[in-house]
Write a protein that binds this ligand. Sequence first.
Ligand code: AVJ
Ligand code: FE
Length: 434
Amino acid sequence: RSPIDPDRLKERALDALTTARDRTALLTTCVEEPDLMAQHSPLMSPLVWDLAHIGNQEELWLLRTVAGRDAMRPEIDGIYDAFEHPRSERPTLPLLAPEEARRYAAEVRGRALDVLENTRFEGRRLTQAGFAFGMIAQHEQQHDETMLITHQLRRGPQALTAPDPEPVPPYAGPSEILVPGGPFTMGTSTEPWALDNERPAHERLVPAFRIDAVPVTNAAYQAFIEDGGYGDERWWTPEGWEHIRTHGLEAPLYWHRDGGQWLRRRFGVTEVVPPDEPVLHVCWYEADAYARWAGRRLPTETEWEKAARHDPETGRSRRYPWGDADPGPEHANLGQRHLRPAPAGSYPAGASPLGVRQLIGDVWEWTASDFLPYPGFTAFPYKEYSEVFFGSEHKVLRGGSFAVDPVACRGTFRNWDYPIRRQIFSGFRTARDA
Ligand code: AVJ
Ligand code: FE
């Protein structure tokens, strides 16, 4: 049984597409044209590539695949195929100029809304429960997060602003929470817009473990730095040690020391690193080393999801830590409402039944696990979303960040990246065997 009212799915699809486009518009109008065309880091595409790629994916899935229309501009498909050109090469391609890219994406959207109106949310799997529309809204929001990453990498004056999260009293609850052992249902077969890698629901047996009640904070991470953590080989995997030595890493990305204190650059503004905020912009190797230094370990992906979804009273897995209701502003810091994580201990209304906080939103949380398919996985609707990334090269991140919209974030949602990446909005929490 789907927790989402099927009669409202069309309205939700329209709403999700509109919300995504508003965000895209903001991220691509708050800087001048040269900043849209520039490559701010070889890790990222020019913003104008993301803009037209968003339109091109929407055209491909909603206009051509769902509605059977002909290609509007077949000559640009190759340019916006993420697999044809690596990000570092994209500035050299004959990209649509900003105005042209905007017009193309808007034209696709106009037609896609007609398709939405005329499509029955049933029949073939692509249109069942409006999946294709939900998938495209999620795709756009994922690129909106990618574009925010590019904004953070960009040098120059502040272009984006948002109110800060509400201050909260320092977190004073238990530092870790015992999650009892026993079976747990991981993944989903009922969430209508869940992507292929979240499916199907399946049972896993999880031994009891303890997990941090809140994400690791800047203050805690600074203690690791001050204790010489980056210079002590004992805490690092061989690959991690090699990586930090080669690249001279000694603190999270964007941090620099100024006399006795740590400062960081955040969307064009330099500030003192706030002690109570979840640590941000660490790679998997750093998260893993911190955990070992603390006498702990990263949670496995299964443990993370059990902490987030398992209701010990009913044995059921919830959609979110707080229940089945969609995320509201009282539950989690999502959707670029704020441009930073909220202090540790925020959102008590978003806690899991056992009291674990901030699992959803704030920072993506590195887990110990490789990105692998669930038993019974089938690629849908295309292998290049998940399947080609399965294996030991990528580590799983869970829970979403302040930068991701609720449509692309839930208890089952899986993200992944290379263990060296830290331009993403990544943090972590630690765990240990019970
Ligand atoms: C799921 C965030 C790893 O950005 O590479 C966007 C999302 N896939 N377009 C990525 C995605 C295709 C993907 N991540
Ligand atoms: Fe994409």
